[in-house]
Write a protein that binds this ligand. Structure first.
Ligand code: TRP
Length: 452
């Protein structure tokens, strides 16, 4: 019997769990902040509707129609095309590079949750006067430490391995059905609190009222990159999950729902962060990258009554969001060893996830002990981060669009979209047209943009 999710809602929760992650909580507000606020949000919305959803549909279609992990689907759909089998290995490489840095950040989130509970995060440090200087120095000191971040990362890897070893229905699906609703409840609580702050109106207007003079071509390129990352596109996560979809799942509908939930979380994060930023007049480098969640957020909580409660809830949210995403990336690896190489699930978890220990270890140490190692001017962490978002993911999506649009049998995509002719919509031909004619050029544009 082929492995499947037990229910459509479980399938949706798992796919949404993959999409909603650090990309929404930290990357989206930071990108919006440095790309002109509302203009970026608008560009993002356009990218999501025009490209995100069609490309997501093609990943789902490949998974369900090809019935297997990322390497198997190519063999199943076009048995004669041996060269394309290599394309199935690309997602595995990407999975290890993404997990290299993503898992380390999920370890930091766990550490901050623990430090909130023990009270260490808010204990004053001699020699730092302002809140942001204190949190910045705490973060810089912590991420450069040798052992503790390694231990936290290892705990996260072990937790991933454990859920994955429990299987698709009893592990991934069950976990997503519990954690995703919890994530939304926590987010809504934060939204209400943030909207009650005195600077809420200013913050919201920066985030939602577009000022078109701030539009730049980079804004569009960044929005497209953010869209692919946030929707988990380009590395077969959704191919793998698509292969577990029941045969009556409506692919386009599910893609729309996942995109909607993903957008909702990103928007809620904006609604949470920007009012606080304008209320407490926060500016500067702590608003970029990891500073946003590990410096700005603790600073905001320190101004609020009930600091510990808010802080614990927030870092719990971050851990949950990161966890459901790492699970989906790890599953690409586990499915490969399980389906393609015929190992038992438990063995596949061990063999597949073991290499993460040295990869994540190097990444974590590159913030301190190994900080002197530079690749193309980045430390190991920065190198893997940039390599994935700027090269591996766009190339992955490009191959996928070319494959679905041009290589796979003519009726393959439409057959999957219509569930074998049962469904009908004027949108289906539009989706096929975009994947075949427009998405590849646009992806090529982002790829080339960075090099010139
Ligand atoms: N989408 C997740 C986030 O927003 C990260 C993620 C999970 C991802 N799977 C992926 C990104 C596959 C790119 C490709 O944090």
């Amino acid at each position: 019997m082929k492995t499947q999710f037990a229910s459509k809602i479980g399938a949706l929760a798992a796919a949404a769990g993959s999409a909603v992650g650090l990309g929404n909580i930290w990357r989206f507000p930071a990108e919006a902040h440095s790309n002109g606020g509302a203009v970026f949000v608008m560009m993002y919305l356009i990218c999501l509707l025009l490209f995100g959803i069609p490309v997501m549909c093609s990943e789902f279609a490949m998974g369900r129609g090809g019935g297997g992990d990322t390497a198997t689907v190519f063999t199943n759909i076009t048995p004669g095309r041996k060269a394309w089998r290599m394309a199935g290995i690309w997602p595995l490489i990407t999975a290890y590079t993404i997990l290299g840095f993503y898992m380390v950040v999920s370890g930091w989130s766990l550490e901050y949750l623990v430090q909130t509970l023990t009270g260490d995060l808010y204990a004053p440090v001699a020699g730092t006067d302002s809140g942001s200087a204190m949190f910045l120095s705490k973060m810089n000191k912590y991420i450069a430490t040798t052992y503790r971040p390694l231990v936290m990362t290892l705990i996260m890897i072990a937790a991933n391995a454990w859920v994955l070893a429990c299987g698709v229905q009893k592990g991934i699906e069950k976990m997503s059905k519990v954690l995703m609703p919890m994530l939304f409840v926590i987010l809504l609580v934060f939204c209400v609190v943030s909207l009650m702050l005195p600077g809420a109106a200013d913050g919201i207007s920066f985030f939602l009222k577009p000022d078109f003079s701030k539009f730049t071509p980079e804004c569009l390129v960044n929005a497209l990159g953010q869209c692919f990352f946030s929707m988990s596109l380009g590395m077969g996560t959704l191919i793998t999950y698509g292969s577990y979809f029941p045969s009556d799942t409506r692919l386009a509908r599910t893609a729309g729902d996942v995109a909607g939930l993903d957008l909702l979380v990103a928007m809620l994060m904006g609604v949470i962060i920007f009012p606080a930023v304008s209320t407490f007049h926060l500016t500067g480098e702590s608003l970029e990258g990891q500073g946003l969640v590990f410096v700005t957020m603790p600073e905001i909580f320190s101004f609020m009554p009930g600091t510990m409660i808010w802080s614990a809830l927030f870092f719990l949210l971050l851990c949950v969001a990161a966890f459901t995403s790492t699970i989906s990336v790890c599953e690409v690896i586990v499915a490969y060893f399980h389906d393609h190489k015929g190992m038992s699930r438990i063995k596949a978890c061990i063999v597949g996830l073991l290499p993460l220990i040295p990869i994540c270890g190097l990444c974590s140490l590159s913030m301190g002990l190994l900080g002197h190692i530079h690749i193309f001017g980045y430390n190991i962490f920065g190198f893997l981060d940039n390599l994935t978002s700027n090269v591996l993911l766009p190339v992955g999506s490009l191959m996928l669009c070319i494959y679905i649009g041009w290589i796979a049998p003519k009726k393959f995509f439409s057959n999957e979209l219509t569930n074998g002719g049962k469904l009908r919509s004027f949108l289906f031909p539009c989706i096929e047209f975009i994947v075949k004619w427009i998405a590849p050029e646009l992806i090529l544009l982002i790829l080339l943009w960075q090099f010139f």
